[in-house]
Ligand binder design. Sequence first.
Ligand code: ME8
Length: 523
Amino acid sequence: MAKFYITTAIVYANSRPHIGHAYEIVTTDVIARYRRMLGDDVYFCTGSDEHSINVYTKALEQGKDPQVYCDEMAKVYKDLWKRYGISNNDYVQTTEERHKKSVMQLFKKCFDAGDIYKGAYEGHYCKSCEAFYTEAELDEGGICKIHKIKADVVKEENYFLRLSKYQDKLLAHIQNNPSFLEPETRRNEILNMIKAGLNDISVSRNGQKWGIPLNFDTDHKVYVWFDALINYITAVGYASDEEKFAKYWPADYHIIGKDITKFHCIIWPIMLMSAGVPLPKKVFGHGFLLNKGEKMSKTRGNIVDPENVINVFGADAIRYYFASHITNGVDGEFSEDAIITCFNSYLANDLGNLINRSITMVEKYFEGVVPAYTEAAQTPRMKEIRESIDALATEYMKKMDVLNMSGALEDAWKRVAIANKFIDESAPWTLAKENKTEILGNVMYLLLEIIRVTSLCLIPVIPDTAKKIWDKLGIQYTELLPSFENEMKFGKLPVGTKVSKGEPLFPRIVDEEKEKEKGKKLK
Ligand code: ME8
């Protein structure tokens, strides 16, 4: 059993959930569930980034104790992720004791290695990015390029980490390990940054009230990014559980947004190199969800609330949309119209209708009992379809293995399209009239097999619905299929099984606004 450790970024605790957070955690969940399905020992972790000064300020504004506020916000996220069907094994809050211990240990290792020194910082600091910037990195007038706010001018005595010392080593690592940082565009950005030269960075802030104090100089708090990145090792037992740490570290995947690649691919690996901890195997910087082509931001007032979205559409529609309609690695579009169209056409029409029509016919022509497939009645077209079923597992896994979920689902949907077309091509109603029972049995068996293999491909994406499909097919599966490739082979559906149509799985989503508009036009 291989271990597989996967993480998302940890969210700033002062912000309410954002649809971009939901996108990141859903796509990570799909990968985690995929690996679990294949039998890996998966550890999937997410969490809250709580030592930002913005968290402290927000808590005080609301008249709350910062820790109480952090716990409340963590609960908001945990409850929401449950509704999204997220299967994380752990949730790290950076104010937890286990995390403080882990931060202190890593800080000390870097210090003992001679890589942390006291110096004076004079420059800019964007509160929203929680990042230090040189003037050249900001827009004119010292404006942060990301948040469009004026960065603070800071003059502080801080502790610095020697990024410069590790510049060549990091460059060589990324050049020699192309899979360390994906996709390619992110990799090139980071390689260029390293080649341009790395400056040492502050890893402590002086005189702040909130954060983890340095135990040898308590006026200083650990810089929030240095603190937050360490969550990835805290979760698997760094400084608290050696056995667990040896088992799960290094992480197989850090899934993060493209805006924070620099922290994960420059600062984080150097912290680990300095402390003598192995580097994660891969950092994947996904794209951003845009709202009708525009970046979502507070100033534009176009941030989509994932709580509203799940209230309206339910988890299946959103999970399927994220996995199938957004190409991992590039920016994607989020709109309610796109979700409705995707759900209605891919799930309700393509798959839902296929299931309904096929089972209705098996009930009508074979009293609901799965008929035998006979070689004698096999036509060349049937043979082709059989072969395309057999080829699906390899195609699907090849894409899932490189995080191309949309490609993997596209391959499955090609089979769904084949099946829908095959109903019309083979006209089962005529075969029934002409008493061509063997041929009709083969047609039905092929349709049911396509439904079955599609449901297996859906285990990581919409697991509860995959189970409902098995109920309709009268078969028992689990989400754990170490022999996935074998189960995907044509012919695994037992002959004689009783199918049942039951309730439709994907009732079409009606866009009430549009229906009203149509009504108006008709009048
Ligand atoms: O950056 N589309 O937290 P965060 C897709 N605490 N993803 C988006 C997005 C969008 N529109 N907006 C944000 C932080 N994200 C730090 C991380 S990790 C040690 C510390 C993604 O709450 C973003 O890229 O601002 C990041 O990966 C995650 O949401 C959390 O963002």
